[in-house]
Design a protein around this ligand. Structure first.
Ligand code: WQD
Length: 332
């Protein structure tokens, strides 16, 4: 049976992906430094799947520790989720992001090369498209132009590294998955987005407002050229996103494959607030403030390529994500 090393496997997307990997019978180890996640996630995974991954508390920047892990375990594939992802923090502390995300991935790729592991699936982001003159993004668009933050730059640099490694090694197989906006939680209510850091993203902030940890949501602008004036994004349920990773494994081949993972539908901030209020049956306090620097008005995926080549498309809606989020909040 294939053995997979999941870096960042105690995180939000990594943990949900492990659930789907177990369904397909893969064996799993997790490498994580627990900087922005909790080890108790592994117990939740066991409660859901009946199996618990092996766990190694290792930092991507610790080459020797990571190489020792690869020497002692024969992995068939790496799923690489580990990385810092707070856009705002990346602007304040760019070197921390380049060292951790880019430097850490260089260490990972060197460990893979030195130990004969030739397959990687990389957790990338639609942020690599930067600011383009379109709202609907497909994989033919140029990347790396007009990226507004170091976080996005690190994702772009890692994508370029993977392409260069594939050029240098005909045995190397990589799939780059560009996420749009992951939301929602496992329907069991046991797993959820529960970052240790101060969240940047809309949904974890909405969750903190609903728990009273933040007084009200600040809506960053209602004067965008969109239907209701608020920003529009492509919110993809994390379970659909996780299934996209399984589909990717099943279609790997030498070289680099690149896919957008999104619903193909745009949803505004005001629509997200309304959907959360509908699911939770209570009002969410918010106020409209100025636009956030670097924000695009509208951004959603063209998911055609993933459907045609991976046979994957989203099945869940924003409404499903809100209901799963409420269930998770009620379990806390
Ligand atoms: C969504 C919308 C905001 C917070 C992120 C990053 C990165 C990526 C996901 C993985 C926008 C509005 C937000 C708030 C608000 N993840 N908003 N008030 O901006 O699409 O970017 O995408 O790579 O984390 O690139 O996501 O959740 O920050 O914002 O009004 O307090 O919600 O203006 O329109 P975004 P987001």
């Amino acid at each position: 049976m294939e053995r997979i090393l999941v870096t960042g496997g105690t995180g939000y997307i990594g943990s949900h992906t492990i659930i789907e990997l177990y369904k397909k019978g893969y064996e799993i180890d997790v490498l994580d430094n627990l900087f922005n996640s909790k080890i108790t996630v592994l117990d939740k995974i066991k409660e859901i799947c009946g199996k618990k991954p092996g766990f190694y508390k290792i930092d991507l920047c610790d080459f020797d520790a990571m190489n020792d892990l690869f020497k002692k375990n024969k992995y068939d594939l790496v799923m690489h989720f580990a990385g810092l992802k707070a856009v705002g923090e990346s602007v304040e502390k760019p070197l921390k992001y380049y060292e951790n995300n880019v430097g850490g991935t260089i260490n990972l790729l060197k460990c893979m090369q030195e130990n004969g592991v030739n397959k990687i699936i990389f957790s990338s982001s639609a942020t690599v498209y930067g600011d383009q003159s379109v709202s609907k993004f497909d994989e033919t668009l140029q990347t790396g132009v007009g990226i507004t933050n170091p976080y996005g730059e690190t994702k772009h640099i890692i994508e370029e590294m993977l392409k260069d490694v594939a050029e240098s090694d005909p045995k190397f197989e990589a799939v780059i998955l560009r996420y749009f906006n992951p939301v929602g939680n496992h329907p069991s209510g046991l797993l959820g987005e529960d970052p240790n850091d101060i969240p940047n993203n809309l949904m974890p902030i909405i969750m903190k407002v609903s728990r009273g940890e933040i007084a009200e949501l600040s809506v960053y602008g209602d004067d965008y050229p969109t239907e209701d004036g608020s920003g529009v994004r492509d919110y993809i349920h994390v379970v659909d996103l996780a299934k996209g990773h399984v589909a990717a494994i099943e279609h790997m081949k030498p070289g680099v494959l690149i896919y957008n993972l999104g619903t193909g539908k745009g949803t505004s901030v005001f629509e997200m607030i309304a959907a959360f209020e509908e699911a939770g049956k209570k009002k969410l306090p918010y106020k409209v403030v100025g636009r956030r620097a670097g924000d695009l008005a509208e951004m959603y995926a063209d998911p055609t390529k993933a459907k045609e080549e991976l046979g994957w498309e989203t099945e869940l809606t924003v409404g499903d994500a809100m209901r799963d989020t409420i269930r998770y909040l009620n379990s806390l």
